[in-house]
Design a protein around this ligand. Structure first.
Ligand SMILES: Nc1ncnc2c1ncn2[C@@H]1O[C@H](COP(=O)(O)OP(=O)(O)O)[C@@H](O)[C@H]1O
Ligand SMILES: [Mg+2]
Length: 223
């Protein structure tokens, strides 16, 4: 089975009396090893979709399976455990801890998984910093780095538990175009090494780095 399978996923938000149907029946499969960009205008439902793909939220109706597990009916605790094991997140705003070093930031997700899975987290952290080109910045604090470097730290952190899926919401949204393309080249390299990558973006230039583009418009997939 594909890594991610969404089957007629709907998401409805309630604001007071009002119901807003943000996702209107999304069916989508993502195979292991793919590099997919989900593209669409602002307000089209991209982040809502990413939250479901990333197990940060569940569909109102329809089904979602990740890594052969139907996650539609998991409790919050089960969902967060599942998420920590299977998904690495990268966000527009990096979300690094300001008082922790670069290496400590990278290692943070290892604190939440069962001991033993990652036998030598320090070594793994150093290897990942090497991979993202920041081996010499391990002891720096995030505010001593450029935006692009901070996003590299976030990418290393997202990879530390060796997730099945690397999921990035507007990862280049805070970066100038040269830095953005460096980050996209890094994501491309990770995909070529086998990682499944899904990015959410409104930027065509960014989406063009992916091998498949899924267009979402007004809560539906637009072919
Ligand atoms: N938690 C929420 N409660 C109510 N409405 C929401 C919520 N999250 C998103 N929305 C609405 O859903 C629509 C799509 O939002 P979003 O998924 O963030 O779009 P995009 O990421 O494509 O800009 C917007 O109209 C937004 O106001
Ligand atoms: Mg968004």
């Amino acid at each position: 089975m594909a890594l991610c399978v969404l089957d007629n996923v709907r998401k409805v938000f309630h604001i007071g009396e009002q119901e807003i149907e943000v996702l209107k029946g999304i069916s989508l499969s993502i195979e292991r090893g793919e590099f997919v960009a989900v593209m669409g205008p602002s307000g089209s439902g991209k982040t809502t979709l990413m939250n479901i793909i990333g197990c940060l939220d569940v569909p109102t109706s329809g089904k979602y399976s990740l890594a052969d597990r139907d996650v539609t009916n998991l409790t919050d605790d089960e969902l967060s455990e599942f998420r920590n094991e299977h998904i690495g997140f990268v966000f527009q705003n990096f979300y690094l801890l300001p008082y922790a070093t670069v290496l400590e930031n990278v290692l943070l997700p290892t604190l939440y998984v069962e001991k033993g899975k990652n036998r030598n987290p320090g070594k793994r952290g150093s290897q990942l910093l090497q991979l993202v080109g920041l081996a010499d910045r391990a002891r720096f604090k995030p505010n001593q780095l450029s935006g692009g470097q901070q996003q590299r730290v976030a990418i290393a952190r997202a990879l530390v538990n060796d997730p099945d899926l690397l999921l990035a919401d507007e990862p280049t949204g805070q970066l100038d175009s040269k830095t953005a393309s460096e980050i996209m080249n890094l994501l491309t390299k990770l995909n070529e090494e086998g990682k499944t990558v899904v990015i959410i973006t409104h930027d065509r230039m960014v989406a063009d780095h992916a091998r498949r583009i899924v267009l979402i418009k007004d809560g539906r997939i637009d072919e």
